[in-house]
Design a protein around this ligand. Structure first.
Ligand code: ATP
Length: 459
């Protein structure tokens, strides 16, 4: 695809999301705020469905997994132990002409292809010597690059000192390691999963919901005996992560792995791999997998003066487990699910836009239409079906406009099945079911509907 076409796709997704009620720019009536977004009715359903699928695949089904839900405001010492207070910094540079702020490393990388993460002086030198242009005003007049911490600060009436909004969810898992061991007595290897909000004071929020300041993560800490070979565990997690993305409808060719070079790894990590997606604006990180050794438990043990060890019930040995961390960004996952679902098709000379979400994540599963809205018998029958099916599926009742228009709307929402109640339905007690992808229609008896959908959704 050409660059223009690709950007076009991003524009189309942003506009469909707003027009159809998936995702809105937040606080628009106040002129917008901080490039934040609100999930509208269909976006909220899509988000919940993706969370549910993740929880099912990573917490509910694997025997060795458990889930928790920790707080956003955590003890500030936790962030000292994890290194965030000291080192969770991004390089900021100001354009002296137009006063816009940018990530210095991103500007340098875009201009020269060099990855200078962390090297402030070199970034400043390149920006000035190579006269890198400001993406906003086109001039080249930069301040020196400087580090800013990415954690949001706040205060608590009951605590003296700065409190932070968590910049990642993982911390909330490590601090409950002891409680989980004491309450659940899990056998190694075991994992703890969590879904929740994280906050990062990003210098530039951009690319729709790819980079925002308030987002959600789905993270796992997978603990194992350091005597065990870690490579197969790592590879197994990589496969499980990819499987999740395929279940969301992503294509193999749009996913690639990026292994962090040895010299760039954190001192405690043996291996870190990013799963990248071919976004319309280029390849970008979607999800990560990191071997973190015993770094986190050892640090939290040191800073909290609490032993964080595992007692092997068979050998009686005590040791600090090692950990592998699969991490997913929920908002980025939603963006790729939207991008992968988007299809334009020509049908009988007309173009239709259809979101081909896999059944499990489609925001609305079944739409129910009376053929005409001014015929009470049709409306009553359709309402009856709606009331029957909505107990099990997210359904929508729609009696607006002609059927063709209603189909087009449901195609753009990605609804897999539409039911129409017509005059024959009143005679024969049956309805038409139209399939989103094939657009084929079939007649089904009303009292067989439940069974019909069970067969479709529980395949
Ligand atoms: P990036 O390099 O893109 O800033 P990162 O390496 O800092 O990402 P991690 O700290 O590994 O990201 O966070 C785990 C996941 O959280 C990422 O893979 C991504 O999906 C998500 N994520 C991180 N920052 C943001 C953000 N600002 N907005 C939305 N999602 C994010």
């Amino acid at each position: 695809m050409s660059k223009e076409k690709e950007n076009d796709l991003m524009q189309k997704i942003v506009s469909l999301c707003k027009r159809r009620g998936f995702i809105f720019p937040a606080c628009e009536i106040y002129g917008g705020f901080a490039n934040a977004y609100s999930y509208g009715p269909y976006g909220a359903e899509l988000k919940n469905n993706i969370k549910k699928l993740w929880w099912k695949m990573f917490v509910q089904e694997p025997e060795e997994m458990i889930g928790i839900d920790g707080p956003i405001l955590l003890h500030p010492k936790l962030w000292e132990a994890s290194g965030h207070t000291e080192g969770f910094n991004d390089a900021l540079v100001d354009c002296k002409e137009c006063k816009m702020r940018f990530r210095a490393d991103h500007l340098v990388e875009e201009a020269t292809g060099k990855d200078l993460e962390g090297k402030l002086e070199e970034m400043t030198k390149i920006l000035k010597e190579e006269k890198v242009k400001c993406p906003n005003c086109g001039k080249s007049n930069w301040t020196d690059a400087r580090f800013v911490n990415m954690m949001f600060h706040t205060e608590m009436n009951s605590y003296e000192g700065t409190v932070y909004l968590r910049p990642e969810t993982a911390g909330a898992i490590f601090v409950e390691f002891k409680n989980i061991i004491d309450a659940m007595h899990p056998k190694l290897p075991f994992g703890i999963g969590q879904i929740g909000k994280a906050f990062r004071n990003e210098i530039v929020a951009r690319n729709f919901i790819f980079r925002i300041r308030e987002f959600e993560q789905m993270e796992i800490e997978y603990f194992f005996n350091p005597q065990e070979k870690w490579e197969p565990i790592f590879m197994d997690w990589l496969e499980r992560q990819e499987k999740f993305f395929y279940a969301l409808g992503l294509k193999k060719e749009d996913i690639r792995l990026f292994e962090h070079p040895k010299e760039k790894l954190s001192h405690y990590s043996r291996k870190t791999v990013d799963i990248e997606y071919n976004f319309p604006f280029g390849w970008g990180e979607l999800s990560g997998l990191a071997h973190r050794g015993d770094f986190d438990l050892t640090q939290h043990s040191k800073f909290s003066n609490t032993k964080l060890e595992y007692l092997d019930p068979v050998s009686g040995e005590k040791f600090v487990p090692h950990v592998i961390e699969p991490t997913f960004g929920l908002d980025r996952t939603i963006l790729v699910a939207l991008l992968a679902a988007y299809h334009e098709e020509k049908v009988e000379g007309e173009e239709r836009v259809v979101m081909k979400f896999p059944l499990a994540i489609a925001p609305i599963k079944i739409a129910i239409f009376p053929l005409l809205k001014n015929k009470p018998q049709l409306v009553d029958k359709a309402k009856e079906i709606y009331n029957l099916l909505k107990q099990q599926y997210t359904c929508e009742f729609d009696d607006n406009g002609n059927i063709g228009k209603r189909y087009r709307r449901q195609d753009e929402i990605g609804t897999p099945f539409c039911i129409t109640v017509d005059f024959d339905s009143l005679e024969n007690n049956d309805v038409t079911i139209r399939d989103r992808d094939t657009m084929k229609q079939e007649r089904i008896k009303i009292d067989e509907l439940k069974e019909y959908f069970e067969g479709r959704f529980n395949k």
